[in-house]
Design a protein around this ligand. Structure first.
Ligand code: GDP
Length: 140
């Protein structure tokens, strides 16, 4: 991945609520180019690995149950200043506190069911992107 790229993951609530197309459109309308995208599902072991950094947190079990509850859509996106601009587009972790017009404010229904993930650094985007996509899928 390049430093003008970020990783995102559309969570199971969005896919089951039928808002996937709308969110993909709003990401593109904000100027992000889709470099890689797939519809997939996580096993419990994979979800525990992906969210391993939170394994001691009280919400870990709830987060894992939610993340394996249905299909998800990971993506690699490209734009100038991708990491920061994307975090701004999605809003705060808790949808109740997210700025008006952000994706989490519009589509998130709780701090667990908060619609979408966005990487918080280039290093994490690289780690998270390679969790879901092979080198061939990233065209490197
Ligand atoms: P993010 O970078 O904004 O997604 O936030 P984090 O990396 O801190 O947390 C990862 C995910 O864990 C969040 O997107 C939420 O789905 C969930 N999460 C984080 N903090 C809490 C919390 O205090 N309670 C609950 N129930 N879930 C949380």
């Amino acid at each position: 991945m390049r430093d003008n790229q970020t990783f995102t993951l559309i969570k199971p609530d969005v896919v089951s609520d039928g808002h996937l197309g709308e969110i993909v459109q709003s990401i593109q309308d904000a100027g992000f180019k889709i470099i890689a995208i797939k519809l997939t599902r996580l096993s419990r072991v994979e979800a525990m690995d992906f969210y391993g950094v939170h394994k001691e947190k009280p919400f870990f079990g709830k987060l894992i149950d939610f993340m394996i509850s249905g299909p998800i859509v990971p993506m690699i996106l490209e734009k100038e200043n991708a990491i920061e601009d994307f975090r701004q587009l999605i809003g705060a972790t808790n949808p109740a506190l997210a700025e008006k017009g952000t994706i989490r404010e519009k589509f998130g229904t709780s701090i667990t069911k908060n619609a979408i993930h966005g990487s918080d650094s280039i290093d994490n985007a690289e780690i998270e992107g390679s969790f879901y996509f092979s080198k061939r899928e990233l065209f490197v």
